[in-house]
Design a protein around this ligand. Structure first.
Ligand SMILES: Cc1ncc(COP(=O)(O)O)c(C=O)c1O
Length: 505
């Protein structure tokens, strides 16, 4: 120990801990924050969906390291004035960009409780881990997986897909791959997905050390479902070239248009070929809770592993990604690593093995399970399923509005909750790109964009349980209005959009 540490004065604990001097003040401040955030969610429609960040606000958030204490109330004021008005906007029913869930007040309260407990779910024997195990069990039941299945919360589906690649790798090459690396045998492994799959599958192959060239991206049909015959053909070709197909990744809800691969055909092919069958079900897998959608996910129950996000269609606040693996032993084989300082016991706090840290790369892990537990228990899966069904019905409503409007063009079949369309115009790619930014900056709605066959599309992913027909109508009106302005021959580069004033909390 250094002299400075040895000689540091031992002041009374009350002046050195981080607890407040006055708990009543803390309680009053906490109640204010809670009231404000409940008001924020309850009155979210009164706010713009999103507001561009003023330069002064950005500059404020680049201040130097705070070395001296500051009153909590003042810090909170800064949050209320400069953070809240410029958040992503996905709590708002007009948010339809990317595939973002809306969250709930229940999930927010559960987050607060989880932070209060400050539990570390990497391991040891405590009930927060039992709560996570409860979700694993419920998820196993949802997807009809066997009792030996295992599961774990992760940040999101990108991480869950990467972990699934690692589990499939260890299954294909044996546990020794973890000491020796993938070597020559690993260099012959090939994986398969569709051209419509999310880019994180390619990244997973890259990060796992196979390189993205070892991923074969198979073509899709008009509805963006993988061409299973072409997949079979590619697997045969690769085998005859001396390669070793080890993994097929199907999509249950593609990111661009929400296509669901023929999961039954893929699972049968994988079983026949002895290939690991993983499903990227980032948002679509939870469609299993909707009686209207569940039949379209047939085959999912046969997957070796499923990646999904409770923070998308499950409406759990960010982040709550999840990996479910059919065979828990294979899952542990890919990650469990003994260490003296993590020794397991049959009783005491170090009991309860296996621990979640045996199922993934994280040792320190927060209590993501609690907000999911509260969400599932408070609403029940039937209500959550009804929300999912409704977002698809709203996508159908948007589709109908587009088809009824000659200036709009539907760009892809609507299969789930995602609608891709554009405003008809000369120079359509540029005009539609501008329309989307104009709408975002107006605060009316927040669609995003994608490219379909090289053509620019406005993409509305309806995920938020608060979204209603009036939000769809507002999106259509905004597209029509900005589209008319943007496609006028004299359209300037800058449109006059009334900036929305930040609202006081
Ligand atoms: C089909 C699909 N896969 C993977 C991802 C990545 O998920 P996450 O953002 O939770 O990492 C997404 C995100 O929208 C997705 O739609």
């Amino acid at each position: 120990m250094t002299k400075a540490l040895r000689e540091a004065p031992l002041r009374p604990a009350s002046s050195e801990t981080l607890d407040p001097d006055n708990w009543d003040d803390m309680r009053a401040q906490g109640h204010r924050m809670l009231d404000d955030m409940i008001d924020y969610i309850a009155n979210i429609r009164d706010r713009p969906v999103w507001s561009p960040i003023p330069d002064a606000v950005r500059a404020r958030l680049r201040a130097g390291l705070p070395r001296q204490p500051c009153d909590l109330g003042e810090v909170y004021r800064e949050f209320a004035d400069f953070v809240v008005p410029y958040a992503t906007g996905n709590v708002h029913p007009g948010f339809m960009g990317w595939v973002h869930g809306g969250g709930t007040a229940v999930g927010m309260l559960a987050e607060m409780l989880a932070a209060g407990l400050n539990a570390n779910l990497g391991g040891r024997d405590h009930v927060p881990i039992e709560v996570e195990r409860q979700i694993v069990e419920w998820t196993r039941q949802m997807f009809g997986f066997p009792s030996e299945a295992s599961g774990i919360f992760v940040t999101g589906t990108s991480m869950a897909n990467l972990m699934a690649v690692l589990v499939a790798r260890t299954d294909a090459l044996g546990r020794s791959v973890r000491q020796r690396g993938i070597g020559d045998d690993g260099a012959r492994l090939t994986a398969y997905t569709s051209t419509a799959a999310h880019g994180c599958i390619t990244s997973a192959m890259d990060i796992a050390g196979f390189g993205s060239d070892a991923l074969r991206c198979i073509g899709v049909d008009r509805s963006h479902r993988i061409d299973v015959a072409a997949l079979r053909e590619q697997i045969a070709q690769d085998r005859s070239a001396g390669l070793n197909p080890f993994l097929v990744v199907g999509s249950a809800g593609t990111v661009d248009i929400g296509a669901i691969d023929d999961l039954q055909a893929l699972s049968a092919l994988c079983r026949e070929q002895d290939i690991w069958f993983h499903v990227d079900g980032a948002f679509g897998a939870l469609g299993i809770l909707s009686p209207a959608l569940a039949p379209r996910l047939a085959g999912l129950e046969n997957a070796d592993s499923i990646a999904l996000d409770f923070h998308k269609w499950g409406q759990v606040p960010y982040d709550a990604g999840f990996l479910l693996v059919r065979d828990g032993d294979r899952h542990r084989d890919a990650f469990a690593a003994p260490a003296a300082y993590l020794r397991r016991e049959s009783r005491g706090l170090a009991a309860g093995s296996p621990w979640p840290c045996d199922l993934g790369p994280d040792l320190s892990r927060g209590f993501k399970a609690l907000k999911t537990w509260f969400t599932l228990k408070t609403y029940g899966t039937e209500k959550l399923g009804a929300v999912i069904t409704r977002t698809c019905a709203l996508a159908g409503y948007l589709e109908a509005r587009i088809l009824a409007e000659p200036r709009l063009e539907l760009m892809a079949p609507v299969q789930l909750n995602i609608v891709c369309f554009r405003y008809r115009a000369d120079n359509a790619n540029k005009v539609n790109g501008d329309i989307v930014i104009d709408i975002q900056e107006s605060g009316i709605a927040a669609p995003s964009t994608t490219l379909l066959g090289g053509e620019f599309a406005i993409r509305a992913a309806i995920v938020n349980h608060r979204t209603d027909t009036c939000d769809i109508d507002a999106l259509i009106s905004a597209v029509m209005e900005f589209g008319a302005q943007r496609s006028r021959p004299d359209a300037g580069l800058v449109l006059q959009v009334e900036p929305s004033p930040p609202l006081a909390m």
